[in-house]
Ligand binder design. Structure first.
Ligand code: HEM
Length: 502
């Protein structure tokens, strides 16, 4: 019955679409791309699994800039370092906006956050505050003990499993690690990781993240209004996730407003945002909704990105044992000389091969492979093609970091040494390597993100050798990527740890 209703509604929508078509006043020379079908565009061709590889395939066919359509929206994808530079440097201001996404708008309290806010004077104020305070080197350093303590907890669990020769789920352990770190950094809260509060937090987080990754019919077929989102249950799901998110964040805000609350040992991020709420330093009002929206960004962006990066890194190391050995030798020799048993953030600075390994991990699997989409503010041209105002543009960072012009003939090979041959960093000025994006909307959490992944990653290499479970071979590891904003390995990575005795 539901199918019939959707079918009839779809037919009505198609007719309505043609009736509402206005004569075209301007003809654009759009970038080349696949043939489109009336009404739906290329919707039928898109795939959920491995979208970055799928788009890289289209780039091979249509070139480093191509366009496709979903409903009435033109989408453009850029896949070369040269054009990434054109977009993110030369034309940065014109692409500093974010496109329409009903779910992101709803979950961010009507774009009162940083990540999805339009490029407005308010955005520039909040961004500046973020760079100077929220994500400053001093603040990142102030949470160092949090990251190190939580890493020790994770390692203790692996050690227990190693004693029993049991496999551990690295994906699960890394997510628990980042969730715990983020709760302490953002709210000053330490939850028992198997307790009810942590379970509640994780459920809320997954809900919010999943709404961000959903395709809303209303964004691409605006003439249908919310009919299809309502019929498919997406509207109800989004509202339910929002209610849970808001109830939780409101409780956290209320706690900070409680005059009897004990001062936290380290000022958490929400404390800083509450100071801004009290002081109102911006030209426009910074409400409690703004506080909740920005905190939501920190929580969502901070948890699965770092976890996904370590999981990808360990996955590639299992496939490239020589790289694993070299990285292990470096950290083990260094620790032996130093005479300590836990790799700290300060130690990492003295491990050049490990630093190159982090870069290589983010090159082969940039965890936000299609970047966070940008939106064109005014009609412009790229590579001689028209890009109309309102076009959504993705930079395929995964394809860019395989651009053979920049990376040579074997870009799929996992080889940290390439970063000794080529001086390239992820700080947003080398356009062949942009895991954190670049330009005005580049990731403000880069320093925090790398700090969150370094200590667990280095200690995994220092303390354990790893084997694949159940006679699995490296070539059996599934490398599929799940869609979302941050893209995880679709199967969890399970490994049998072997404790190394020193
Ligand atoms: C390995 C870890 C991380 C990676 C790979 C990553 C990557 C990215 C990328 C590609 C973007 C889009 C940049 C653009 O449009 O050019 C972004 C934006 C953003 N990231 Fe990260 N990120 C990471 C960790 C974090 C952390 C830990 C935080 C905060 C706690 C964070 C907060 C944000 C925010 C707020 C934005 C939106 C910026 C804006 O629109 O102005 N990220 N990130």
């Amino acid at each position: 019955m539901e199918d019939i209703i959707i079918g009839v509604a779809a037919l009505a929508a198609v007719l309505l679409f043609f009736l509402l078509q206005k004569p075209k006043t301007k003809r654009y020379k759009l970038p080349p791309g696949p043939k489109t079908l009336p009404v739906i565009g290329n919707l039928h061709q898109l795939q959920n699994l491995n979208p970055q590889r799928f788009f890289a395939g289209w780039a091979k066919k249509y070139g480093p800039i191509f366009s496709y359509k979903i409903g009435s929206k033109t989408m453009v994808v850029i896949s070369s370092a040269e054009l990434a530079k054109e977009l993110l440097k030369t034309q940065d201001v014109n692409f500093a906006d974010r496109p329409q996404h009903r779910g992101q708008e709803y979950m961010s309290y009507g774009r009162r956050d940083m990540a999805f806010h339009h490029y407005t004077p308010y955005y520039r104020e909040i961004r500046k505050m973020g760079m100077n305070h929220l994500f400053s080197p001093t603040r990142v350093a102030s949470f160092k003990h949090v990251r190190e303590e939580e890493a020790r907890t994770m390692l203790a669990k692996i050690e227990k499993a190693a004693k029993k020769s049991e496999a551990v789920d690295i994906s699960e352990l890394m997510l628990t690690f980042t969730n715990s770190v983020v709760c302490r950094q953002a709210f000053g809260k330490t939850y028992n990781e198997d307790g009810e509060e942590m379970k509640r937090f994780i459920k809320i987080l997954y809900g919010t993240q999943s709404v961000f990754g959903k395709v809303f019919f209303s964004d691409f077929f605006p003439f249908t209004r919310y009919v299809f989102d309502d019929l498919t249950g997406l509207t109800a799901y989004m509202k339910e996730c929002f209610e849970r998110q808001d109830t939780y964040l409101q409780e956290v805000v209320d706690e900070t407003l409680d005059p009897k609350r004990a001062k936290p040992e380290t000022e958490s991020m929400i404390d800083l945002l509450m100071d801004i709420y009290r002081e109102q330093p911006f030209a426009s009002e910074f409400t409690l909704e703004n506080v909740k929206a920005v905190v939501m960004n920190i929580v969502v962006a901070g948890t699965d990105t770092a976890a996904a990066a370590v999981v990808w890194g360990m996955t590639y190391l299992m496939k490239y044992p020589k790289v694993m050995k070299k990285a292990q030798d470096e950290v083990r020799d260094y620790m032996k000389e130093k005479g300590s048993t836990f790799v700290t953030e300060d130690d990492v600075k003295n491990l050049p091969y490990f630093k190159a390994l982090i870069k290589e991990t983010l090159r082969v699997e940039p965890v936000i492979p299609l970047g966070v989409p940008r939106c064109c503010i005014q009609d412009t041209k790229i590579a001689g093609y028209d890009i109309p105002k309102g076009t959504t543009v993705n930079v395929n960072a995964w394809a860019v970091s395989r651009d053979e012009k920049e990376w040579g003939p074997n870009p799929d090979e996992f080889r940290p040494e390439r970063f000794f041959e080529k001086e390239v960093d992820y700080k947003g000025t080398d356009y062949e390597f942009i895991p954190f994006g670049s330009g005005r909307r580049m990731c403000p959490g880069m320093r925090l993100g790398t700090a969150m992944l370094e200590v667990p990653y280095a200690n995994l290499l220092y303390k354990f050798d790893f084997k694949l479970p159940n006679g699995m071979k490296p070539e059996d590891i599934n490398m599929d990527v799940m869609t979302g904003l941050a893209m995880h390995k679709s199967d969890h990575l399970k490994l049998v740890p072997v404790k190394v005795n020193y």
